[in-house]
Design a protein around this ligand. Structure first.
Ligand code: SF4
Length: 968
C-alpha cells in the first residue's frame, strides 16, 4: 500500500493500531504531524495539553501572525491563542513569512516572557519627586497626552521646533514616526544608528549610494563575513539560515573575528586578526586579484567611475581603461600579504589561501560587514568599503550569490499621507562639524547641548535606553537631571530601564504582539512586506468583534505607538489651525481621527502590487489577508536593476552632462521595480537624474553622484578628505602605534545571541541561559597577569574603570580582551526588572561618579511561580559607563573599541564596581572634535552636507545652506 500522503500514513497507522486491538488516536491536528500547521487550519488548530498528560486533552487555538520585535530582523511569529482562555499560550515561527520562513531564534518565542512579565509597566506614570528619585504617580492617558500635546503646540507656535526631539532605539517600522515628525514640521528625528552601524553604512554608501548590503548567501560559492551572522548581526536569523543553505550547497565560509564566535566555529577559514587590521587584509586580497588578473574586467570597465578618477587625479594620462588598470595595480601593490600579516598578526600563508578562495567565487561572492570591526575602530567605514571592493572587482553585485544594494531587496509602500519634509535644519542632531556623518550625532547629545545654547523642551525616547546603551552614560544622567537642558522627558518603553528612571513621564508601550507596524528588510533577493499586529485584537476581530483601540486587548493600559502618535498629533492641533491635524485625519470620515485600521487598509489597498489580487483569490480584503498571514512577497529575483535601460517616455526635455549623466523633466514612474532615485540636487533647470550612459546606452545605474559604482569619491575629496578618495587602509585609534606597553585593546561590542539589549531583562528563558558578561582573556595573557577564571579584574579606560570577573579562554586572540555589552543592567531601588537588574548605589561628587552593587538578583514572589526559582545572582557589569565618546570624524560612528589596562582587582574592589570622571569624558570628546573637518571650513559649496547623501527627514535643498553659526 502506498503511504505517500499524510492521510494515507494516518490510515496505515490506524490499521496497525487497531490490528493490535488498541484505540487509535488520529492526532490533534487530524493529520500526520507536519513541520508547521497548514494555514488552512489556523482558525482552529488543535494540540494536546502537555500538562494533562497522560490524558489526551485537546486545546484549540487561533493561530495569528505577527512580527518579532526583539531585533531588527523582523521574523514572522505565530501566536497560539487558546480559544478557551483568550490568552497567548506560545509563539512559534510563521511559515508564511518570506524572510524567516517559519524559523526564529530563542528571542522570538521569548516574546511570551515579555508579555507576561510580572514587573512590566502597565499604566502611564508621572514623576512626583525630583528626577531620578523614583517617586511616581499613576496618571490617565488623557492627562499625559494633553500635557505633552500642549507643550509641543506651544513650542511650534513660538517657533521653537528645534526643541522637540524624538530619539529612537529599535525602530522596527518603516517611516511611520518620521512622517509624524514631518507632519509637525519638526527636524527632530534622532536615532541610535551612530552607536550601531553608521560606519558600515558610510562604506557601502560611498560605493553604491545605498547604505546596506543584501547578500544572497544561499546561492554563493564563497561567503566572507566580518560579523557574527550565525548568532547576531543585522537580519541575523534570516541571513543565518541562508548562510547554512549556502554551506549545504558547498559554499566556503570565511570569517574574520578576533573572538571565536559561533559563526567562526562554522567557518572553513577563521582568522582572528588584530582589531582594526581588517581593511589591510582585504586590500591584500584586492592586490592579489589585481596582480593576477583575477577580476571581472568587463564589469569594472562598465560600472566603476574610473574615467572620473583618471580625469581628476591623472589629467596627464589618456582616459583609457588600460591606463586605469595600470594605475589601479600600482595603487594597491603596497598591500602585500606580508604587509597585511604584519598589521593583522595572521600568517601571510593563511591570507594567501583566503585570497585564493575568494578568487574562485566569480560573481557568486557574498559578503557582509555590519557592526563588528567597522563599529569598533576609527576609520571603520573603510572596512566595509574595502570589503565591498572585492564584490565590485568580481562583479558580484546584484548577481545570484552576490550582494545587492539593500533598497532593491526591500519594499516600502506609499502611505496614506506624505507630509512635506521639515523646513528647518536641527544642528543639535546634525552639527556642522560632522558633514559626512551617516546619521544623527545622537550619542553626543549631552555634549552638544552643553556646547551650544540649545535646550530640549520635549524629549521622547522610544525603545531606547541611552544611559545604559550609549557610551558615557553618566553624562546622560547629568543632562537628564538638568531641567534647564531638558524641559520634559518622556520615556516610551515596554519595560523599566536605566534612562526611564530620570523621566517625567513613563508611558507603557506594547511588545511585538501588542502593536502595529509594517516593515521590509533585505533578507535575500526578494521584496516582501511584513505586518506586525496586536494578536489578541486580530483574533477577536476574526471572531467578529469590533475593537478600535489596542488598549482594549493589551494588559493594563499598555498602548501601541501608532495610535499614540495619531492621537497626540490630533491634540497638538485640535482645531486644525496649524495645518498639522490633517495628517492624522480619516479620509473616510473627515473631521474624525484616522484609525490604525484605516491607515493600513489604505496602504494594503493602494500601495502593494499584487496584494489586492492575492487577497481576492482567497476572498479576503487586502487588510484581512495581512491580518491572516502577516506577510506578503511582492517580488522575488529582483536582479540587476542598474542594468535596466531607461525608456524613452522618461526622457522629456532631457539633458546630458559631460560625465554621461542624463537629467530629465519627466516624472519618475512609481514602481517597485525601479531603482530608488538618487537624491542628488536637481540640475539648475529642475531636472531630476534619470540614468547614466554606459557604452552609449542609457542605464538606470546607481544612486551615486556619478551614477556608477564609486571607486573614486569626489565627495570625500571635495569635503576635505582627499587622502581617502579611493578605498584605503586607515590605522585606527587602537593601532599598536597608539598604545603604551601596558595597554591592550578591549572589544566591547559583541552581542549575546539570546539577549535583547534592554527589553529582555525579564525574559526568563533568555536570562536563565545568559546573565553575565565576564572578560574574555587568553591563557597566555592571563598567566602574565596571574589571573584565573573567576578572579576579579579592573579594566581601566580613559575616564575610569570597572570591575569584572575574568574568563580565561583560547577563544580570543592573545593580548586582546573582550566583554559583551549586553549585561550589567541596574536599578536604583526595587522598582524595575528583577530578573536581570542588580540594585545599585549611585554616588557622585561633582564630576566623579560611581556605582556599587548593593544586591544581585534573587528569587522573589510574583504572579509567575518561576520567579521563585531564580538561581543566578550575578548579572554582569555595565562597562559602557566607563567609555568616553569616540566619534569618527567622517562617519560619525562611535568607535567602540577601547584602549585599556587590565589589572588584578584591588582588595576593596567588588564585582560590578564602576568609577568615572565626566570631566575626563568631556576632555576626550573635545580631543576627537579636533579631528573633524567642519563644513564651515571644508564645504566646497556653502552647504552643510552633500545633498545626495542619505538622511532621515531630508530637509529641502535651501535648508542645506550654511547660515552664520548661531545658537543651536
Ligand atoms: S532573529 Fe530572533 S529576535 Fe530577531 S526578529 Fe528573528 S526571532 Fe526575533
Amino acid at each position: 500500500m502506498s503511504v505517500d500522503k499524510p492521510a494515507d500514513r494516518v490510515n496505515a497507522a490506524r490499521e496497525e493500531t487497531e490490528a493490535r486491538g488498541e484505540t487509535f488516536y488520529p492526532g490533534p491536528s487530524r493529520i500526520h504531524l507536519a513541520a508547521y500547521p497548514p494555514k488552512e487550519r489556523w482558525d482552529d488548530w488543535t494540540e494536546l495539553d502537555s500538562q494533562a498528560w497522560p490524558r489526551r486533552k485537546e486545546r484549540h487555538y487561533s493561530l495569528v501572525p505577527t512580527t518579532c520585535f526583539n531585533c531588527e530582523s523582523a521574523c514572522g511569529l505565530l501566536a497560539y491563542i487558546d480559544k478557551a482562555t483568550g490568552e497567548v499560550q506560545k509563539f512559534e515561527g510563521n511559515p508564511e513569512h518570506p524572510g524567516s520562513r517559519g524559523r526564529n531564534c530563542a528571542k522570538g518565542p521569548a516574546t511570551l516572557n515579555q508579555i507576561t512579565d510580572p514587573d512590566r509597566i502597565l499604566y502611564p506614570l508621572k514623576r512626583t519627586g525630583k528626577r531620578g528619585e523614583g517617586q511616581w504617580e499613576r496618571v490617565s492617558w488623557d492627562d499625559a497626552l494633553d500635557d505633552i500635546a500642549g507643550r509641543i503646540r506651544k513650542a511650534i507656535v513660538e517657533e521653537r521646533r528645534n526643541e522637540i526631539m524624538y530619539h529612537v532605539g529599535r525602530p522596527g517600522e518603516d517611516g511611520f514616526t518620521e512622517r509624524i515628525l514631518a507632519a509637525w514640521g519638526v527636524d527632530g528625528h534622532n536615532s541610535h544608528t551612530n552607536i550601531c552601524s553608521s560606519a558600515s553604512r558610510e562604506g557601502y554608501q560611498l560605493w553604491m549610494g545605498l547604505d546596506r548590503p543584501s547578500p544572497d548567501h544561499a546561492n554563493a560559492k564563497v561567503i566572507l563575513l566580518i560579523s557574527a551572522h550565525l548568532e547576531s548581526g543585522h537580519y541575523f536569523n534570516p541571513h543565518a539560515q541562508r548562510v547554512i543553505d549556502g554551506k549545504a550547497n558547498g559554499a566556503k565560509l570565511i570569517v574574520f573575528d578576533t573572538r571565536l564566535s559561533h559563526t567562526a566555529t562554522h567557518a572553513d577559514h577563521w582568522i582572528a586578526p588584530y582589531p582594526g587590521s581588517e581593511a589591510a587584509i582585504l586590500l591584500s586580497i584586492v592586490n592579489y586579484l589585481l596582480q593576477n588578473n583575477l577580476y571581472n574586467r568587463e564589469f569594472v570597465r562598465r560600472w566603476w567611475n574610473w574615467e572620473e578618477y583618471l580625469s581628476v587625479e591623472f589629467p596627464q594620462l589618456e582616459t583609457t581603461f588600460v591606463n586605469f588598470e595600470r594605475v589601479l595595480r600600482e595603487n594597491y601593490s603596497e598591500y602585500s600579504f606580508e604587509f597585511a600579516a604584519k598589521e593583522s598578526g595572521v600568517e601571510a600563508r593563511v591570507l594567501e589561501e583566503i585570497a585564493m578562495t575568494v578568487a574562485t567565487a566569480g560573481t557568486r561572492f557574498s559578503s557582509h560587514n555590519w557592526r563588528s570591526a567597522s563599529s569598533g575602530i576609527s576609520g571603520g567605514w573603510s572596512v566595509a568599503r574595502c570589503l565591498f571592493m572585492l564584490n565590485a572587482l568580481l562583479g558580484a553585485i546584484a548577481t545570484e550569490g552576490g550582494v545587492f544594494p539593500n533598497a532593491w531587496n526591500k519594499f516600502v509602500p506609499k502611505p496614506i499621507y506624505t507630509p512635506p519634509h521639515p523646513r528647518m535644519w536641527n544642528e543639535t542632531t546634525w552639527p556642522r562639524e560632522y558633514p559626512l556623518s551617516m546619521h544623527e550625532m545622537s550619542f553626543l547629545l549631552p555634549h552638544l547641548l552643553r556646547d551650544g545654547s540649545a535646550r530640549l523642551d520635549v524629549y521622547f525616547t522610544r525603545v531606547y535606553n541611552p544611559v545604559w546603551t550609549n557610551p558615557d552614560g553618566f553624562s546622560w544622567i547629568e543632562m537628564l537631571t538638568d531641567q534647564s537642558l531638558v524641559g520634559c522627558y518622556i520615556a516610551l518603553t515596554p519595560t523599566w530601564n536605566e534612562t526611564a528612571y530620570f523621566a517625567d513621564y513613563v508611558l507603557p508601550m506594547g511588545h511585538g504582539s501588542e502593536r502595529h507596524d509594517i516593515h521590509s528588510y533585505e533578507t535575500h533577493d526578494s521584496q516582501w512586506l511584513g505586518f506586525r499586529q496586536p494578536v489578541l485584537k486580530a483574533a477577536r476581530q476574526r471572531d467578529g468583534e469590533k475593537i478600535d483601540d489596542t488598549r482594549a486587548v493589551n494588559p493594563g493600559e499598555v498602548w501601541e505607538e501608532n495610535e499614540f502618535w495619531l492621537e497626540l498629533t490630533w491634540r497638538i492641533d485640535p482645531d486644525a489651525s496649524l495645518g498639522i491635524r490633517r495628517f492624522a485625519e480619516s479620509k473616510k470620515n473627515p473631521g474624525s481621527r484616522l484609525s490604525v485600521d484605516e491607515y493600513y487598509e489604505w496602504i494594503f489597498d493602494n500601495s502593494v502590487p499584487g496584494l489586492p489580487e492575492a487577497a481576492a483569490a482567497e476572498k479576503l480584503s487586502p487588510l484581512d489577508f495581512m491580518r491572516r498571514y502577516g506577510a506578503f512577497e511582492v517580488r522575488r529575483k529582483v536582479g540587476a536593476l542598474y542594468e535596466q535601460s531607461v525608456p524613452a517616455e522618461e526622457l522629456e526635455d532631457a539633458r546630458q552632462d559631460r560625465s554621461g549623466r542624463v537629467y530629465t523633466k519627466a516624472a519618475r514612474p512609481g514602481s517597485a521595480n525601479v531603482v530608488p532615485l538618487p537624491t542628488m540636487a536637481p540640475d539648475p533647470e529642475g531636472r531630476r537624474f534619470a540614468g547614466v550612459l554606459v557604452d552609449g546606452e542609457l542605464k538606470r545605474g546607481f544612486p551615486t553622484p556619478s551614477g556608477r559604482l564609486e571607486f573614486y569619491s569626489q565627495t570625500l575629496s571635495d569635503w576635505g578628505w582627499p587622502e581617502y578618495a579611493i578605498p584605503t587602509y586607515i590605522k585606527s585609534h587602537v593601532h599598536p602605534d597608539n598604545l603604551e606597553d601596558d595597554q591592550t585593546v578591549l572589544i566591547s561590542t559583541f552581542r549575546l545571541p539570546v539577549q535583547i539589549h534592554t527589553r529582555s531583562a525579564n525574559a526568563k528563558w533568555l536570562d536563565e541561559i545568559a546573565h553575565t558578561n565576564p572578560l574574555w582573556i587568553h591563557p597566555d595573557h592571563a598567566a602574565q597577569l596571574e589571573i584565573k577564571t573567576g578572579d576579579l579584574v579592573r579594566v581601566e579606560t580613559e575616564i575610569g574603570y570597572y570591575v569584572v570577573r575574568a574568563w580565561v579562554t583560547e577563544g580570543i586572540r592573545p593580548g586582546i580582551v573582550a566583554c559583551s555589552h549586553h549585561m550589567g543592567r541596574w536599578k536604583l531601588r526595587e522598582q524595575g526588572q528583577r530578573q536581570l537588574m542588580a540594585t545599585v548605589k549611585l554616588d557622585h561628587q561633582g564630576t566623579e561618579w560611581g556605582i556599587k552593587r548593593e544586591q544581585g538578583v534573587a528569587p522573589y514572589q510574583s504572579s509567575d511561580p518561576d520567579t521563585l526559582r531564580i538561581w543566578w545572582s550575578d548579572v554582569g557589569v555595565h562597562q559602557n559607563l566607563t567609555f568616553p565618546v569616540h566619534p569618527d570624524p567622517i562617519s560619525g560612528m562611535h568607535c567602540w573599541h577601547q584602549v585599556v589596562r587590565v589589572k588584578k582587582a584591588q582588595p576593596e574592589d567588588n564585582c560590578g564596581d564602576i568609577s568615572v570622571d565626566t570631566q575626563k569624558s568631556r576632555d576626550v570628546y573635545k580631543k576627537w572634535l579636533e579631528m573633524t573637518r567642519p563644513a564651515d571650513k571644508y564645504s566646497p559649496d556653502g552647504t552643510r552636507r552633500p545633498y545626495w547623501m542619505l538622511r532621515p527627514l531630508k530637509p529641502a535643498p535651501e535648508f542645506y545652506r550654511l547660515p552664520e553659526r548661531s545658537a543651536r
